[in-house]
Write a protein of this length. Structure first.
Lengths: 312, 391
């Protein structure tokens, strides 16, 4: 029982991280229908910027540089702002010029952007794994992660914080998209860019804003992921980016609560699969893909998605 | 299902991207020659083979840093047999295909007396037969695959095989430390699995019990599902077979799950980075290594001092120490032979009784495999120091 509870909590917490990334992913996908391959790299930059801001000293281009060592709770908004602007910039130079081009061109441009950013990060931060500085609020005096016991299962305070952030972001974004003017403009642009423009919506600005918010949340997810696993590395964004994509598809792409649900389902499946299936830990990455294939076969619109009508 | 096809396409593309990211990094190898002053005798020039660029470049950097110290020391005492000591590098990127090209380059360069490398088992398996056919001695500092020394009389190494290490660690766990309930967590690559297999067999043979065995993939960050399983089995010792980037996270997550158990890491954990990345959670972890930089021996400390002076005060890892030992061992063989000649040097290596290096006493069996003691270090205050109980 204790074992099951611990595995459920492991799955829930892993799922929260996937969900947070998936929420940002699905928002951007929902509006431009482009797999933003550079998303995993923006996620990685978020983690690196948070590390740089919270460290005393960091190695940039092979040189030791003194850093402000600010608190995590200030470093994360900075990382979100910087990465948000990066996202807008990427959209401007790599995606907007190709908006009228076939989908494949934009996809290739996205892959190119992803490789460029990964190599840029390697040049700036080096290829070694970097440690995420301990966050005083979540770390005990002797350097261990603070945790408490619930019904025999161990939970860290940092995990609780991640859970709260994920729920807040999910609810906040849903409200924003559903109930604000800008949110309505987003939904309109997602449905039909031309007609929205005719109705006076500045589509370019709406898309730029979507990238700003999506990338900023990506950076938030990256810094939390880095903090939970206590590291950053230039290639850290690839697998989480892929898992987030799967989570987003699971939930119904473009659907924000769906992405959240997809993330949780994915985290649970990986954790429980590794826990209960024979040789489960060997195949844990495969569970995500198996679930994806099953879902695409039986319910291609996703758990919470509405049936898809191909747009003109 | 237009939509579904699109997703499949995206997945295929992402796999291609993943592949190219893994294989791509680092293009052509920039090869360089160091110091060539007028020699009084035949030059003592060797090839230094390893991944100098690309994703494994950090291993090549250690290899080269260790070799530089040996070259400097030997030249300070007048070279070997009156010949100036120098080397050319060959960048194999850790890739078997590149390793064959590097081997050909060294074989064609008639001034190259021996090769210090290759570092990885795959590269060594590919290049070894070429060296053997050409009669150019090669000595790997770090290739642990059991098949390597079957490649021929000119192929040597100074590290023990995974099988020997696994057996040694099993005896250490059961006989020296006295643990009987042991759990294993290993990386699913050839190294991690091979070592775990050897360890498991030897633990059982020594009367211990394997209560859990779990695995993970290199690059994973989440280990809690496996660790929760291990916790349930209540082991006294957790043996970790893999590399430190994952190891530091495993230790951290074990603490977060309240799994309090003595851990023993394989030689892939033997790096100061383990302590930097793992912080408080790796304190007290035992680690197997081929080089213990905290040993008080005079020659070990001389090497550590020389290395620190040249490398930003960093402690040398076992790759650097092994690169140093390869050169010193062959220099002593060449001195014994009295000539800087490929064939004569190879015979002198085969005739050696043993060599006291900084990585311990090295003896070759009839096959060219090495017999050598195992060192155990413990993580203490962010450094690796000699463990109180040695095998």
């Amino acid at each position: 029982m204790e074992y099951l509870l611990q595995q459920l909590i492991n799955g829930l917490m892993l799922g929260c991280l996937y969900a947070l990334i998936a929420v940002a992913y699905t928002m951007v996908y929902g509006i431009i229908e482009l797999i933003n391959f550079a998303f995993g790299e923006l996620f990685m930059f978020g983690a690196f910027i948070a590390i740089a801001m919270t460290s005393q000293q960091i190695t940039l281009f092979g040189q030791n540089v003194s850093m402000p060592a600010m608190t995590f709770f200030l470093a994360v908004p900075i990382a979100m702002a910087v990465v948000g602007l990066m996202g807008v910039f990427i959209e401007r130079i790599a995606y907007r010029p190709l908006r009228a081009a076939p989908r494949l061109a934009a996809l290739i441009s996205a892959i190119g952007m992803s490789i460029l950013l990964a190599n840029l990060a390697q040049a700036i931060f080096g290829s070694k794994q970097v440690k995420f500085p301990d966050i005083p609020l979540f770390t005990s005096a002797d350097g261990f992660t603070k945790a408490f016991t619930l019904g025999g299962a161990q939970i860290t305070y940092l995990q609780v914080f991640v859970l709260c952030m994920t729920v807040v972001v999910m609810i906040g974004l849903t409200m924003f998209v559903k109930h604000t003017r800008l949110g309505r403009a987003m939904r309109a642009s997602a449905q039909d860019k031309q007609t929205s423009a005719l109705m006076g919506v500045n589509v370019n600005r709406v898309i730029a804003l979507t990238f700003l918010i999506g990338s900023a949340i990506g950076a938030l997810a990256g810094s939390l992921y880095g903090a939970v696993y206590s590291f950053a590395r230039p290639d850290m964004g690839f697998i989480p980016g892929l898992k987030a994509f799967i989570a987003a598809v699971l939930g119904g792409i473009g659907n924000i609560p769906g992405a959240f649900l997809g993330g949780i389902v994915l985290g649970m499946a990986e954790s429980l699969g590794a826990a209960y299936l024979p040789m489960g830990s060997q195949y844990r990455d495969a569970f995500a893909f198996v679930i994806l294939i099953l879902l695409l076969t039986f319910k291609p619109s996703g758990l919470l998605g509405s049936p898809i009508s191909e747009k003109a | 299902m237009k939509y579904g096809k699109y997703l499949v396409f995206v997945l295929v593309v992402s796999l291609v991207v993943m592949g190219s990211l893994l294989a791509g990094c680092g293009g052509g190898g920039g090869d360089e020659t160091t110091t060539t002053a007028a020699p009084s005798g035949a030059a003592f020039k060797f090839g230094l083979a390893g991944p100098m660029t690309g994703q494994y470049a950090n291993y090549g950097a250690s290899h080269k840093a260790g070799a530089d110290i040996a070259v400097e020391e030997l030249n300070a005492v007048g070279g070997v047999n009156g010949g100036e000591v120098s080397y050319v590098t060959g960048d194999d990127l850790g890739d078997p295909k590149e390793a064959v090209l590097v081997a050909q380059k060294f074989i064609d360069d008639k001034d190259v007396l021996f090769v210090n490398g290759h570092m990885f088992s795959g590269a060594t398996l590919a290049a070894g037969p070429k060296y053997d056919a050409a009669g150019l001695p090669m000595m790997s500092p770090s290739a642990t695959n059991p098949d390597i020394t079957d490649l021929g009389a000119y192929v040597w190494r100074i590290c023990m095989t995974d099988a020997v290490q696994g057996e040694g660690l099993a005896k250490y766990s059961v006989d020296t430390l006295g643990y009987s309930k042991i759990a294993i967590m290993h990386s699913d690559n050839d190294y991690g699995r091979g070592l775990a297999d050897a360890y498991e067999d030897a633990v059982k043979a020594a009367g211990g019990e394997i209560v859990a065995r779990e695995q993970y993939t290199d690059g994973d960050n989440e280990f809690k599902a496996q660790l929760t399983k291990i916790k349930q089995a209540e082991p006294e010792l957790l043996f970790l077979s893999g590399y430190y980037p994952e190891g530091s996270k495993i230790a951290q997550q074990a603490v977060e799950l309240g799994l309090q158990v003595q851990m023993l890491g394989s030689d892939g954990f033997a790096s100061d980075e383990l302590a930097i990345l793992g912080g408080a959670s790796v304190e007290g972890m035992l680690v197997s290594t081929f080089f213990d930089y905290s040993k008080p021996d005079e020659d070990v400390q001389a090497f550590v001092t020389a290395y620190k002076a040249k490398n930003d005060d960093a402690n040398p890892d076992w790759f650097a120490a092994s690169a140093y030992d390869v050169i010193m061992l062959i220099a002593s063989a060449a001195t014994e032979a009295g000539s800087n000649d490929r064939g004569a040097v190879n015979e002198a290596i085969a005739a050696m009784d043993g060599y006291d290096g900084i990585t311990g006493r090295i003896e070759f069996d009839e096959n060219g495999d090495v017999i050598k003691p195992l060192n155990i270090v413990v993580v203490k205050d962010g450094e690796l120091s000699t463990a109180p109980q040695q095998p």
